[in-house]
Design a protein around this ligand. Structure first.
Ligand code: HEC
Ligand code: HEC
Ligand code: HEC
Ligand code: HEC
Ligand code: HEC
Ligand code: HEC
Length: 425
């Protein structure tokens, strides 16, 4: 009787602690991940400024009640600024009217609450590193602090020790009770034997706990692997292929349906940026194409939600929700790269630098985008001068300059492709 009560309360204790640690783990990670994904491009949790202010101590400086003001600001800072909010306008001015992203529709209030919790209690920075912003807002983390996984493991270990200790207390209590009632001593089972007995009597509970543990383990492993670059090279981001807000497939569009790259990346020949198509470009076709081969209408409906298109009544509602594609390729700010120079003047195929998008269901970075990568190509690639109007005069001049010299190849380095100032601001 006593024995049972004691076991039941131990079971409840065990379940409660397990639940607590896991819920703690999840919420703590959510805030951190959301911050890294959405905010770390522009903010640190310390007082280091990036595009936006360092968020250390932000709860003390914003108008009170701080949580309400911060939530409104984070969801839609434009609205706060337009409302004439004095503090909002002050920092907006201080940061040179740099626009912070509007997160309404992308983050819920619950997400923001998780982010704020993380900002309030960020992991302790380790050494000089701190979080490193990558221009695409995708994780590149060098923070310290206790990993929630270790915390969970620590708590579970403590719990086992506690169980062990309680067990001998229970035995001695039971035996003294037995003695008082004139019964024989309960034989002391070994820990393993008792565990076996308990498990065979509680198969279902054991099943559920192992499932939770396995799930938690797999998820932590996944997260850890992702960070140390089993799936992509952490440093150069080669192999990086983030999942996008809509499951857009280049294979289906540019491959199977042979839509030209320039139809969507329309500025690639005119400017340094290739550009990502707006949802209006998608609507050119998807007003009519309402289902797809894999996801039926599920993914295409997201285009309608973004464009504010009411499919049933065939009209725009005006409630737009801009798509936020996650950038795959990113060069640091101090590097100048120009698409039209390479594509139009240099006559380099997209696939040389990006791999064959026509076979990719998810866009992936195929090359390292390091300085070495640029330079190696400039050293070995000949400038496409023959019949290239851009080079008519230069070609002649170079031919004269190198006249009579051994078989000269006009590789890019010969026209200044290794000069620091050409690639760096
Ligand atoms: C594209 C850059 C950018 C991103 C992304 C961004 N912010 Fe900002 N944030 C700014 C800038 C710039 C300011 C300064 C005010 C201004 O110019 O609008 C700011 C101001 C703030 C402030 C007020 C800080 C203060 O010192 O008073 C908070 C809080 C804030 N951001 C939180 C966030 C959170 C949370 C996220 C992620 C969900 C986020 N920001 C994402 C650029 C950004
Ligand atoms: C129907 C429109 C469409 C066509 C056609 C298209 N793309 Fe894209 N492309 C997109 C969209 C939308 C994205 C952003 C989402 C993503 O990364 O998948 C994108 C992303 C990319 C990226 C990654 C950009 C980044 O974030 O770094 C590259 C590179 C790219 N496209 C190259 C190509 C090439 C090369 C072709 C032709 C073979 C092509 N695209 C054809 C719509 C298109
Ligand atoms: C030039 C026409 C055209 C444009 C522009 C276009 N699509 Fe498509 N899209 C298609 C075709 C064709 C299909 C395939 C329909 C089929 O096979 O049933 C398709 C299918 C899809 C699907 C369904 C995939 C599936 O397997 O279920 C999605 C999602 C999609 N497109 C997203 C987009 C997005 C996002 C954009 C804008 C960046 C875009 N499309 C622009 C022609 C286009
Ligand atoms: C010489 C190499 C090279 C070639 C050729 C090239 N790209 Fe890129 N592309 C890059 C680099 C590097 C970036 C990253 C640029 C950055 O972050 O500023 C990039 C970025 C992009 C992006 C992301 C959006 C942007 O403008 O930054 C798209 C889309 C893209 N390329 C499409 C194309 C298409 C389409 C072609 C062919 C018509 C092409 N690229 C040819 C190197 C190349
Ligand atoms: C696949 C080969 C290739 C790669 C990779 C490549 N380039 Fe180039 N680049 C060229 C060629 C070819 C030219 C010459 C184009 C021309 O005729 O102006 C060129 C020209 C340039 C120029 C102009 C040089 C001048 O003297 O006018 C700059 C700047 C440049 N590239 C920057 C970069 C950067 C930055 C990267 C890496 C992110 C890069 N390139 C990667 C092939 C490449
Ligand atoms: C053809 C283009 C190109 C030329 C020429 C070039 N760089 Fe770079 N450089 C890059 C790119 C791209 C990166 C970014 C690479 C990265 O983040 O891995 C870079 C990064 C750097 C960095 C930062 C390194 C780091 O680890 O963050 C320094 C410093 C640098 N370059 C100096 C120079 C100097 C000095 C020269 C002239 C001798 C030069 N670069 C010429 C393309 C070039």
């Amino acid at each position: 009787m006593e024995n049972n009560k004691c076991r039941t309360s131990l079971q409840i204790l065990f379940a409660a602690v397990l639940l607590l640690t896991f819920s703690f783990k999840l919420s703590a990670q959510d805030g951190a991940n959301l911050f890294k994904k959405n905010c770390a491009v522009c903010h640190t949790t310390t007082d280091v400024k990036l595009t936006g202010p360092g968020l250390k101590g932000v709860f003390d400086r914003v108008p009170k009640p701080a949580d309400a003001w911060l939530t409104a600001w984070i969801l839609n800072n434009e609205k706060v600024i337009k409302s004439g909010d004095a503090y909002g306008n002050k920092i907006y001015g201080e940061f040179g009217k740099a626009a912070m992203t509007v997160f309404e529709g992308q983050l819920t209030e619950k997400d923001v609450a998780a982010i704020l919790k993380y900002v309030k209690n960020p992991p302790a920075p380790k050494g000089p590193d701190g979080p490193v912003a990558s221009a695409d807002g995708v994780t590149q983390e060098v923070t310290g602090g206790i990993e929630p996984v270790y915390l969970t493991l620590g708590i579970i270990t403590l719990l086992i020790i506690l169980l062990y200790a309680l067990r001998s207390v229970r035995y001695s209590m039971q035996n003294s009770a037995n003695k008082a009632h004139g019964k024989a001593e309960t034989p002391e089972l070994s820990f393993i034997e008792e565990a076996k007995e308990w498990i065979s009597g509680h198969r279902r509970v054991v099943g559920v706990i192992s499932l939770v543990l396995v799930f938690g383990g797999v998820k932590s492993c996944w997260d850890a692997c992702f960070r140390i670059g089993v799936y992509y090279d952490w440093k150069t981001q080669k192999g990086y292929k983030p999942s996008q807000p809509i499951k857009f497939s280049h294979k289906l569009h540019a491959g199977d349906n042979e839509i030209a790259c320039q139809y969507c990346h329309s500025t690639v020949e005119k400017s340094r940026h290739a550009g990502i198509p707006t949802v209006n470009i998608c609507m050119n076709c998807h007003k009519g194409i309402t289902t797809g081969p894999v996801y039926k209408d599920k993914e295409i409906n997201k285009i309608y939600a973004a464009a504010g298109w009411d499919k049933d009544n065939q009209k725009y509602t005006g409630k737009e929700n801009p798509l936020r594609w996650i950038k795959v390729h990113t060069l640091p700010d101090h590097v100048y790269f120009n698409h039209s120079q390479h594509v139009v003047v240099g006559k380099i195929e997209c696939a040389t630098c990006h791999g064959d998008l026509k076979t990719m269901t998810v866009a992936e970075q195929k090359n390292p985008l390091t300085m070495k990568w640029c330079i190696d190509c400039h050293r070995t690639t000949q400038v496409a001068m023959e019949g290239n109007a851009y080079y008519d005069r230069l070609h002649k001049a170079l031919k004269e300059k190198y006249a009579g010299q051994y078989d000269v190849k006009f590789t890019v380095d010969k026209i200044g492709g290794l000069e620091c100032g050409k690639c760096h601001y």
